[in-house]
Design a protein around this ligand. Structure first.
Ligand SMILES: Nc1nc2c(ncn2[C@@H]2O[C@H](COP(=O)(O)OP(=O)(O)O)[C@@H](O)[C@H]2O)c(=O)[nH]1
Ligand SMILES: [Mg+2]
Length: 208
């Protein structure tokens, strides 16, 4: 299948492909390349952001049913690194046992995957971070994995809400600066985010 290169946020995407879906650590890709994972509550816009970053429309399935993604999905970009779509945290409509099991799987992946360079945690700009978000980010930080908290769905708020909620997110998550805010719909904030991701892939720590 041919692939038309596309430039997204200053990065040339020469190839982007789905590689595998893992339901346990045994299913991680065999190929040793740096990985950057994306996490956040269900419906926060992870899959849409991954598509947008890779200049794709449908490579990552955008689901209408919250919590539908049960696996860790790996996408290989430019044959150089993986972007990883993790299952949504704290999703509704599944029983608690299922939810905890998924949280364990994410934790295990974060703790044990040696190729994971950092994790991008999405927070809906409208909500500014819920207790589940704060708890999750804290527990990931505890594992020593660098976390970059970003805000999603920039197009859903006006300027004053934006300023207010960026400040709120900065305070709630104890960030040094205001978070990057992206919109997959309007394709904004992608250059700054790609820069952070590439820095992390190249060995610079991914921190807010
Ligand atoms: N307005 C707007 N909607 C978005 C944006 N990103 C995602 N969405 C919508 O939010 C819903 C959930 O998105 P999805 O990417 O599946 O979220 P995920 O569950 O975190 O993977 C879908 O209906 C998307 O179309 C955005 O930047 N702006
Ligand atoms: Mg998704």
């Amino acid at each position: 299948m041919s692939f038309s290169p596309v430039i997204v946020g200053g990065l040339e995407i020469r190839s982007a492909e789905f590689v595998t879906a893992a339901v346990s650590l045994k299913g991680l890709p065999k190929e040793r390349l740096p990985q950057i994972a994306f996490l956040g509550r269900s419906n926060v816009g992870k899959s849409s952001l991954l598509n947008t970053l890779m200049g794709q429309k449908k490579l990552v399935k955008v689901s209408a049913i919250p919590g539908k993604t049960r696996e860790i999905n790996f996408f290989k970009v430019n044959n150089q690194f993986f972007l990883v779509d993790l299952p949504g945290v704290g999703f509704a409509k599944v029983n608690n046992a299922k939810r905890d099991q998924m949280a364990d799987f994410i934790r295990e992946y974060v703790e044990k995957c040696q190729d994971l360079r950092g994790l991008v945690y999405l927070v809906d700009i409208r909500h500014g971070g819920t207790p589940i978000d704060i708890e999750t980010v804290e527990s990931i930080r505890e594992t020593g994995c660098p976390v970059l908290v970003i805000a999603s769905k920039r197009d859903k708020v006006n300027q004053s809400e934006l300023a207010k909620n960026l400040k709120l997110i900065q305070e709630r998550f104890g960030l040094d600066a205001k978070p990057i805010c992206v919109s997959s719909l309007k394709k904004t904030g992608l250059d700054t985010l790609w820069k952070e991701i590439l820095d992390a892939i190249n060995g610079k720590e991914l921190v807010d």
